[in-house]
Design a protein around this ligand. Structure first.
Ligand code: PRX
Length: 631
């Protein structure tokens, strides 16, 4: 592949080419993949509907590009190194040839269980090899995968399975997480109560637990694997056929199914992987994200495999058995490129230096950060104590909807500035918009971050509801893709992400809509109304602060808090537990009934003066009460 940029001058030149002649630029890159039939036209687009098509009428299968095409030159190279939760358990390694075989077998299991091209398969698995294999097996036969993070609750799964109208679920008996073992299959059983679309549940064995197996619906994966052979031809897919649906939170209550398609996503995840991390053939690469999130899709599975890399997958958590676990794994496998989230860095920072100083970390060459703004303190700690000031730290900004990295330094090539994502990748055309919807052209400014031209990995639609895609991303500023983030641009054109400007909060790199959490709180029978805001949190980036009105002020507030948390855990999952719950008798509302979240955010931040003009509120006194009761 000859599209890895080698210097900042080359980046500048390539960037210009990508903007001046995007079609020629991307055609040149796409040509280096395996296509079953070449495209007729590189790009067809408008942001009004929106309608974006890359590599029109091109035919391919992404797994041929991830696996088959490497077999000749990299057949015996390691594709996957899997490290279990418990350091005493043996790790697993698969070469490209072995992974190819596993994927084909799994694809045959899916076929035997009635899955066809276009069917939706939900995958609710812990971070075990079967997760990666299932994702690729779906892609192999043209089924659309929808991975659901294994921390979501039964209700959250039920919503997603229902929306995707999935016919099959792949899950496991249970999962390991630090010292805990969690009965995953039981969660699926609960999620499927009353469901009518799911015909089959395929269960992988991880803990060896006896689980309930519903007759006629549930099958064990190891039994199914005995029935299949190792060959499975790759289904021919149109470049614009759906590859996957991944649910993510927005500013309304219901998560939306972000759709990515085969051709553009393939080109984008590979191109961004190689360039941002400056991947080289012998590198061992480790992304700590769960495959349940987009980072796991693009930079644990697809990007690295498309590039023929060795990718590490870790089942456990950074603090088990102790806070040196990440660094122990880096030394164990000689990891060269390490990609993680600021929240993990901050929690390891808080655990003390001893845990990191006891490892050599000599193999590291490049460090990456993703998912939320990285504060300067964490950036420096990562740079000094992990990278020993010899590894570039790339702060990569992107979203589920962008499919891959949009703003980032190219490791070792672009200038670095702590807390700044940096310059746009080739093909990315960011602009900042002011309060009036006008483009801000100069530098040293701040505005709403939008994109004015499509890149190959852009979201195509929201599953089953195209208008929602239009409304969420393309309606605020007609003709532009709106990211939902605010950003600053410095004098050198480097971007710094400020954070969300919509009702989305980012807790430990996980996205939640405030409305989604409010809906869960409001399910409690004693709750009349609630309002949720984010507030700065030392480890998580943002914490969740909930203001709750009950039918009467709770006599035992701690008890009521526990019940509310229970309701959230039941409707979303433990990951959305609020940090603070304050009972109030009212919320600051305008006369038209709109909640003034700005005031609630300030109080949650501990700011009780300069709350701005509160005279337009329906009941200005409520603000004093809220300040007084603030936690
Ligand atoms: O607010 C931005 C933040 O995460 C949001 C996207 O979340 P999600 O779709 O879950 O994807 C996370 C992984 C790509 C963005 O709108 N975000 C992501 N990366 C960064 C970031 N904020 C600041 N700096 C980043 N590097």
């Amino acid at each position: 592949m000859n599209y890895t940029i080698k210097s900042f001058e080359e980046y500048q030149q390539v960037y210009q080419e990508s903007v001046q002649n995007p079609e020629a630029f991307w055609a040149n890159i796409a040509e280096q993949f395996v296509w079953k039939k070449k495209w007729d036209k590189v790009l067809d687009w408008n942001f009004e509907e929106p309608n974006v098509k890359w590599f029109v009428n091109g035919k391919l299968n992404i797994t041929e590009n991830c696996l088959d095409r490497h077999l000749q030159s990299r057949g015996n190279k390691l594709a996957l190194i899997w490290e279990p939760n418990d350091p005493k358990e043996r790790f697993i390694r698969y070469t490209y040839r072995e992974l190819h075989e596993k994927v084909c077998q799994m694809a045959n299991v899916l076929k035997n269980n009635g899955i066809k091209k276009g069917d939706r398969v939900c995958i609710y698995l812990p971070m075990i090899p079967e997760l990666m294999i299932s994702v690729l097996a779906c892609a192999r036969i043209g089924a659309i995968h929808s991975v659901i993070f294994a921390g979501f609750s039964a209700n959250a799964i039920a919503d997603r399975v229902q929306d995707a109208q999935a016919s099959v679920i792949i899950t496991s008996d249970g999962l390991n997480r630090g010292t805990k073992q969690i009965p995953v299959k039981r969660v699926i059983d609960e999620a499927l109560e009353g469901n009518t679309s799911v015909q089959r549940v395929i269960v992988a064995e991880r803990l060896g637990w006896a689980v309930n197996m519903e007759d006629g619906r549930d099958v064990w994966l190891h039994e199914e694997l005995k029935k299949v052979d190792k060959d499975c031809p790759a289904e021919e897919m149109d470049a614009e056929d759906m590859l996957f649906v991944l649910y993510t939170s927005g500013s309304t209550g219901k998560p939306k199914g972000v759709v990515h398609t085969c051709g553009g996503y393939m080109v984008w995840s590979d191109y961004t992987f190689r360039n941002v991390f400056q991947y080289q053939e012998s590198d061992i690469y480790w992304c700590t994200a769960d495959v349940g999130w987009i980072t796991g899709h693009s930079y644990l599975v697809y990007g690295p495999l498309l590039s023929g890399a060795t990718t590490v997958m870790f089942e456990g958590i950074p603090t088990y058995p102790d806070a040196g676990r990440f660094w122990q794994i880096v030394d164990k496998f000689g990891v060269n490129i390490f990609y993680t989230a600021p929240t993990a860095i901050r929690s390891l920072m808080a655990a003390g230096l001893d845990h990191v100083l006891s490892y050599s970390l000599d193999s590291l060459k490049v460090l990456g950060s993703v998912g939320e703004p990285i504060n300067e303190e964490a950036w420096h700690w990562y740079n000094i104590h992990v990278g020993k000031e010899r590894c570039p730290v790339v702060d990569t900004w992107w979203q589920t909807e962008t499919g891959g990295i949009m703003l980032s330094a190219l490791a070792g090539i672009s200038p670095l500035k702590p807390s700044h994502a940096g310059h746009p990748l080739p093909g990315v055309q960011p602009i900042l918009i002011d309060q009036n919807g006008q483009e801000i052209k100069e530098n040293e400014v701040e505005g709403y971050l939008c994109m004015k031209f499509p890149w190959p990995g852009i979201i195509r639609t929201t599953y089953g509801d195209h208008e929602r895609c239009h409304q969420s991303y393309f309606a605020n500023y007609p003709g532009l893709y709106f990211t939902g983030d605010g950003a600053k641009r410095d004098k050198n054109g480097m971007y710094r992400i400020i954070g969300r400007v919509d009702d989305v909060i980012n807790v430990s790199g996980h996205r939640f809509g405030t409305a989604e959490i409010e809906n869960a709180i409001n399910q409690h029978k004693k709750v009349v109304e609630s309002a949720v805001v984010g507030f700065p949190h030392d480890i998580k980036g943002q914490g969740i602060y909930a203001y709750v009105i009950c039918d009467e002020l709770p006599q035992n507030p701690d008890h009521m808090r526990a019940e509310i948390i229970e309701s959230i855990v039941e409707h979303i999952g433990k990951i959305a537990k609020p940090d603070k719950i304050q009972f109030v008798s009212g919320l600051p509302k305008t006369r038209s009934g709109k909640i003034m979240r700005r005031i609630l955010r300030k109080v949650a931040e501990g700011e009780t003066t300069s709350l701005g003009d509160t005279s337009t509120l329906l009941d200005p006194n409520i603000v004093d009460e809220i300040i007084e009761g603030a936690l």
